[in-house]
Design a protein around this ligand. Structure first.
Ligand code: ADP
Length: 173
């Protein structure tokens, strides 16, 4: 990984499963890059979450959706985020906050991470209002019933979801 440091010389990472990436994730990515100048989007392999898409597929979705955004690097990891942070010199972790329901979990993780590695600061970013209720799992559920998700995820993701769920009726716009 080439070390792309942001304006104030801090490495910034946005970790997630991204199974698959949604316009909500993209909204957070764009806001973080605007704030820090550069960002590592870190794809967590996450075996216990049993992702629908392989690591390679998830990375490809992110790559194609961010091809025109400068300052973005994509990396992947397995294991403890704080070990990755220590190893790479990460100082800032970006997390997205949607409805209040995200808060409990994120608050716990932030406290734990701070204990594990005090050099890291977690920064929460809220997406545009229309993405408040958007999650990768609801997207998968909607497609599994043949619903239209074209305004919530990039086109490539709609196409691949359609194939995974064998729903040729799903609209691709
Ligand atoms: P994880 O398994 O780490 O929660 P996700 O891919 O589900 O992985 O989410 C990664 C991060 O993006 C989390 O901080 C999550 O809260 C945030 N996120 C997910 N969907 C949205 C959205 N629609 N708007 C803003 N943030 C989001």
């Amino acid at each position: 990984m080439s070390e792309k440091r942001c304006r104030n010389n801090r490495l910034v990472v946005y970790p997630g499963t991204f199974d698959p990436i949604t316009n909500g994730h993209l909204d957070i990515i764009k806001r973080a890059v605007k704030l820090f100048g550069s960002l590592i989007v870190l794809v967590v392999r996450h075996s216990e979450k049993s992702p629908l898409f392989s690591l390679e597929e998830r990375i490809e979705f992110i790559r194609s959706a961010t091809v025109n955004c400068k300052g973005i690097e994509i990396d992947s990891f397995d294991g403890l985020l704080m070990n990755y942070a220590k190893e790479k010199g990460i100082r800032v972790i970006i997390r997205g906050l949607r409805a209040v329901s995200d808060f409990d979990y994120e608050f716990q993780m932030m406290q734990l991470n701070r204990r594990l590695y005090s050099e890291v600061e977690t920064i929460f970013i809220m997406p545009r209002e229309e993405y408040f209720f958007l999650s990768s799992s609801t997207i998968k559920e909607i497609v599994s019933y043949g619903g239209d998700v074209s305004s919530f995820v990039p086109k490539l993701v709609v196409e691949k979801l359609r194939l995974k769920f064998k729903r040729s009726d799903v609209i691709i716009k």
